[in-house]
Write a protein that binds this ligand. Structure first.
Ligand code: F0G
Length: 353
């Protein structure tokens, strides 16, 4: 049967009423892919959930479809959010779909090109501020109080409701609850939402819950260091956040799951980014690859039991950020016409460039 979209498919778990509009872009039902080569290399059974396969290319569509449907149901006409890029792309798409006005507040010059292109194409009104994400969030939190306006950042509880559905899909696709569930952490909505999903599933089924592994970027690691970061900095712009809104929820989830949160440096993130693409054929955006960088660190320090079933969430599509992809591959020069002849000669002899 054709996939009916996230709200319809997961409605038994969601706050859906007869008045909730049936909004969908066919989000959810993303692939769970086994990583053969990295599993062998690290002695674990590693899978990735390709959230970049969602309609706007990131996991945000899960929560956004729910938040926008509920905003519409409540008679709101305007959506507003702060964003490092993906939330704005998703809000703008669902806003367009639902016939609502969408306003996005973003840190100027610090959102990946593909995400900016999306917000523009979907017709959002874009406010670029000189500050960072945390400051943008402060602004929209105030405006979001106005009647008729729905704040669709993950402080909106419907966002977490939609996002928790990743847990049900992972369990279904894997055929069991994973031992470890790894994901990047920025504003900490996703780790909190996933934990809610696994908890609700455990309550209904009596099954166990996974151990969480959260990964922040070293230059934006407030939860790891237990301290607000005034000027967060990282190549993984999606998670360039110094004061996460769902900080306490994330701490509760980590505590209840006996989990770990660690920081990966930009070098480690970019190494995982390239490793994943070049050895597994999977192109995820830098922030997503923090989860893989974190797993590698845990393997190397002997913290991951051999044979563990590990699911890492690849939160966004690599095509969102072409500039980083190109900048890490500067050494891969394209051939100029004069070199062509020699290249074909070398090819016959088996020489690689
Ligand atoms: N990965 C990607 C690709 C993201 O875009 C984000 C968050 C995260 C991970 C972290 O998720 O915030 O729930 O802990 N992006 C937000 C945005 C902040 O505005 O698009 P989180």
């Amino acid at each position: 049967m054709r996939w009916q979209g996230l709200i319809e498919e997961h409605k038994e778990w969601l706050p859906v009423t007869e008045n909730t509009p049936s909004l969908t872009l066919q989000e959810g039902n993303t692939p769970l892919v086994h990583l053969e080569s990295l599993s062998n290399k690290w002695g674990i059974d590693l899978y990735v959930k390709l959230e970049g396969a969602n309609p706007t290319g990131s996991f945000k569509d899960r929560g956004m479809v729910m938040a926008v449907a509920k905003a519409k149901e409540e008679g709101k006409t305007v959506l507003i959010c702060a964003s490092t890029g993906n939330t704005s792309a998703s809000a703008a798409a669902y806003g367009a779909r639902a016939g609502m006005r969408t306003i996005v507040v973003i840190p100027e010059g610090r959102i990946a090109l593909g995400k900016l292109a999306q917000a523009k194409m979907y017709g959002a009104e874009i406010l670029e501020i000189k500050g960072n994400f945390d400051e943008a969030l402060q602004i929209v939190r105030e405006v979001g109080q106005e009647a008729g306006i729905a704040l669709v950042n993950s402080v909106n509880p419907y966002r977490l409701e939609g996002q928790k559905t990743i847990a049900f899909e992972v369990i279904d696709q894997l055929g069991q609850v994973p031992d470890i569930f790894a994901l990047p952490v920025g504003n900490a909505g996703n780790i909190s939402a996933s934990w809610k999903g696994f908890t609700e599933y455990a309550e209904r089924s009596g099954e166990k819950r996974p151990t969480l592994l959260g990964v922040q970027a070293a230059g934006a690691a407030p939860i790891v260091n237990n301290k607000v970061v005034e000027n967060p900095e990282t190549v993984a712009t999606a998670i360039r956040i110094g004061n996460p809104a769902s900080w306490q929820l994330a701490l509760n989830a980590l505590d209840e799951s006996n989990g770990t949160i660690l920081a990966a440096t930009d070098e480690e993130i970019l190494e995982a980014y390239q490793l994943l693409a070049s050895t597994e054929g999977i192109f995820a955006e830098p922030a997503s690859c923090a989860s893989i960088a974190g797993i590698k660190k845990q393997v190397e320090s002997g913290m991951l039991e051999k044979g563990s079933k590990v699911v890492a969430v690849l939160t966004g599509n690599g095509l969102k950020d072409p500039e980083t992809a190109i900048s890490v591959n500067q050494h891969k020069a394209l051939l100029v016409p004069e070199d062509m002849e020699r290249f074909w000669e070398d090819l016959k002899k088996g020489v690689k460039i």
